[in-house]
Every structure is written in structure tokens, then in C-alpha cells.
Design a protein around this ligand. Sequence first.
Ligand SMILES: *Cc1c(COP(=O)(O)O)cnc(C)c1O
Length: 444
Amino acid sequence: MNFFNGTATINSDNQLEIGGLSVPELAARFGTPLYVMDEMLIRQNCRLWKQATANYGTVAYAAKAFCTKAMCRLIHQEGLALDVVSGGELATALAADFPAQLIYFNGNNKSAAELRLAIQAQVGRLVVDNFLELEMIEQIAARLKQQVDILLRICPGIEADTHEYIQTGQLDSKFGFTLANGQAMAAVEAALSKRHLRLRGLQYHIGSQIFALDSHAAAAKITVSFMATIYKKFGLTLAELDVGGGLGISYLPDDNPAGVSDLVQTVVHTIRTHCATSGLAFPTLVFEPGRSIVGPAGWAVYRVGARKEIPGVRTYIAVDGGLFDNPRPALYGSQYFAFVANKANDPAEETVTIAGKCCESGDILIKDIALPRLEPGDIIAMPSTGAYQYTMASNYNRFCRPAVVFVNNGEAYTVVKRETIEDLLRNDLIPRAWDKEHLLRAAR
Ligand SMILES: *Cc1c(COP(=O)(O)O)cnc(C)c1O
């Protein structure tokens, strides 16, 4: 099966074990819902990406997949760069002492405050998404008397084979300068006219959870041909090309995504071929994987509660999490798999639907999965939950976001504490004007 590439295994007590620790014991010790991350597998994936790209350029981990101080620190330990998309992610990286020079700052509507923070911190590359941003960066850089290295995000007009909500390179996209209508060329001209900007290259990102490699190849080809046009027009060779992220992972046992080196080889081969025919030097590449580094390392751990049987229709098993910790099924219809961590090798006995505890009928984590007979207190563990879950979690229904623990070689480290009711209430205010005292005073 696809889910045991890291340290996850089933031990002799019939329990799921990750990082040398029993998942039911982790559930008892840290509470549920809980996000357990296989630290070695994250590191292994970082190394896989680094090795595959060593001769061609850089890997910048896309922080939005899973962004905490410990994760930023791990990424630095593994020698990767970092891709952030907000002032919050940037602040998290800086708080973990991540070197600003190794940070790429993406995003389609960066605020003046975010840009100022990034420029003052001297992040390595600002990835400029639109004309307003180009003007704002020039203005801020001029005031701070700094030179800013930029990439231009272009929209290559490629429809990646994935869910519509996570396609980002199609013509009808909110991201980047569109190639087809000349906007991208106008952006190059505008960037070259700015005295405080240094145009280092281009960036594109066509989407996420992409299995087929042909859309990656198509985007690379179209972008190299744009680089050739830039060369003809300005005599300018762009030295960097950032090809974004997007590599898919297995969520279901039969999923069969391309591997890291397959993707890298496809992109490198396409760029090499088309650079050669256009007489361009091979650029330094930047890859921005998020999901493929951290997704497979995460296990969402829930405790089973109520059962509702509707004879002839369906059996619902409710767990103590749901769309507040994992909105992806409700958002994209994402499918997941599950193990019963305390009966890991028991044969499947019934088909059930795993429901969350939010007040939405759409709060279903898994529809129709064959599992051993479930009892209240059993522990469900869902694999491939390391990316775009904790970072997308909310406080809907005033549920507290789960804790996240890294497990490695028999040790468990809390990297995010479980949120508490006090955390939720911290920012709530009742208008002073409603105080009884205040009303009485006003009446006097
Ligand atoms: C989301 C994103 C990525 C990462 O995508 P994955 O599918 O998680 O690999 C990379 N680059 C940019 C600009 C992104 O927005």
C-alpha cells in the first residue's frame, strides 16, 4: 500500500505505529483530534527533492502546505529554501531564524505592509504577481534605498489535470501576468524600467495535486518560448525560472502519482530541449513543492464516538474532528483512506461513513469505507493528511484546533500546542456600552 513509505508500520500488538510510537498511545497521551507527523518521512522527502534537483537549481518548500516554526526550522536544517505567500508565513519563518535570503515571497495581493516587511527583511526573491505590486515595490524600495530581486509570475494558460479550485495556471486565473494577451510582456517592460528592481527571472505555478506530467511539460515549453521572445526583444537572458509546485500524492490505496524524479526529469528535459533550439542558456531552476514533502507524512488521529445506523441506507460513525480540522472533503470533495489504529490488522467487517462533528451535513471525512467493526473509543488514523489541513483548519462551531506532534525514533515532540477555549475567547469583546453600570450611569 501507498501509506507505509515512512516509519509507519503495524506492530505485534495489532496497533498502528509511527516513528516507533503506538498511535493509540499517542492519542491517549496527547488527546484527539491529533495531527501526528512522521518527521523522518518529511526529511526523507526533502532529501529526495534535493537530490533530484541538485544539478539544476533550488528547492523552495511551499510553506502554505504546513507552516509552523518547527517546520521552517526543519526545512532550513535540510538545506531547502522556502516559499511564503503572506506576512504571517514570512513572520513564522523569520521567528524560526530562517535566513531571509532563502525566502521566495509569492501571493496575488500582497499588502504594502507585507511588502515592506519582506523588503526590509531582504527576502531573496519577491515574486511579483501584478502591475500594482510592481509599482508598490518600486516605491518602497526607493524609499528604503534598496535594490529588490524579483521574479515575475506569469500565467501560462495551461489547464492542469486536477480539481478546478486548485488549478492556477489556466487562462481564467486570478494569478499572475497572462501570457496570451501580452500582459506578461508588458510586465517585463515595466519591471525593466524600474530603477530599484532587478528582474532575475520568471515564475509559474499551474496547480496542485497533479498526477499527469504533460501539463508541467506544456507550461515549461510555453515559458521557454516566452523567454526566447524576451531575449529577441531586449537582448536579455533571464537566469532563473521558478516552475512552482504541484506534484500529487496518494490519498487512496490505488492512487498512482508521478514520482519526484519523474517530474524533475520531465521539466528539465523540456526546458533543456527548448532552450537549445532557441539558443538560450539553461536557467537555474526553482522547484516549489509543498504537498509532496509534507502530505504523506501526516496522520490525522480521531477517536470514534456515536454510531447512527439507517438500515438499508448507511451507517454513520462520528469522530471528534471534522471539517474544522480538515476542510478538504467539503471544499474539493477530496477522498481519504483510514486505518483503525487499535485494530490495525483486523479484517474489514462493515462499510461505514466517517462523519465529523460540525453542524453541516457536508461534514463527511470519508464516504463508504470498509473497516473492522468500530466501537466508541476506537482510534481512527487517516494517512496523507500532512498538507493543507492543519493550515486550513478553522474554529467553526468554536472547536479548538488540534495539537501537532512530530514523532521520530520513539520520541514525540509537540510542535503546535492544542488550542484552548481561552485561546478562542482571547479576542472576543463585549461592548463596554452594554455594561449595566454604564447604562445606569447614562440614565442619571
Ligand atoms: C501552493 C503553491 C505551491 C505548492 O504547491 P503543491 O501542490 O503543494 O506542491 C508552490 N508554489 C506556489 C506559488 C504555490 O502557490
